[in-house]
Design a protein around this ligand. Sequence first.
Ligand SMILES: [Fe+2]
Ligand SMILES: [Fe+2]
Length: 279
Amino acid sequence: MIRILHLSDPHFGAADPAVASLFLSRAPGYSPDLTVLSGDLTMRARRSELVDARYFVERLPRPRLVVPGNHDIPAFNQPLHRLLLPFERYRQTFGREIEPVHTAPGLHVVSVNSNKPYGPYLDWSKGRITCEELKRADQRLSGAPGCLKVLVLHHPLVAPEGHRRDLVQPLDKLLEMTARRRVDLILCGHFHCSHLDAVGPAGAWRSVVSQAATVCSTRLQGEPQGFHMIRMTMERIEIERHVYRDGDFATETTFAFTRGESGWLSADAVTRREITRAS
Ligand SMILES: [Fe+2]
Ligand SMILES: [Fe+2]
């Protein structure tokens, strides 16, 4: 069994230090094989925020895989940084690689950068993946027979009920790729809203999506802070949704998915009801 601790969007600069400390104290108890942080470590990539984010990341259980989010690019008060060197401060803090890969026995994890400093659209916080980035992820996800395949990015592929639907683009090409490569699990964040689902092109392979809430920021979107604890084999994926309430993190729900010929399907009534409401 592979155990992945999935957290997202700590947003140092707008983080609750008590919740951050509580999470750091709880995290080692899950003994994860991998800790994944799916972006938005800071608010505006300010130096003080990056210092706090680094302190937090260095105390997460190892091994860990961290990707940037749209908030980890300097804002418009730093136009030259944003336009010319958008990831330089992130790279100086967390290393040059913004699309890290992790391989371990039975596990192959690839990431793709969905954050862009500008583009031919008004809202530059939206997620976009270039043809080159998609091709690179495609190549990295090839092979790895007998391994569980995981893709990490910041922006969502599915919108929970009642939420805005600015999903990563080009979504159809991304899903065609994850179906062709038979990706088992996709980890993302950005909406600050916990959501679990199985997605794929019509009639093709479906991957489980773990979209995590913010782990410790005060930028709440109608639900408290939380994280996901994932346990997966080639036949079954179980995801515990942990939620911060009354001064502690508690397990709220456990979702289960089973693997079939066309990919992953929800395995219990609780999950089916959730997906029905979200569709
Ligand atoms: Fe965020
Ligand atoms: Fe974001």
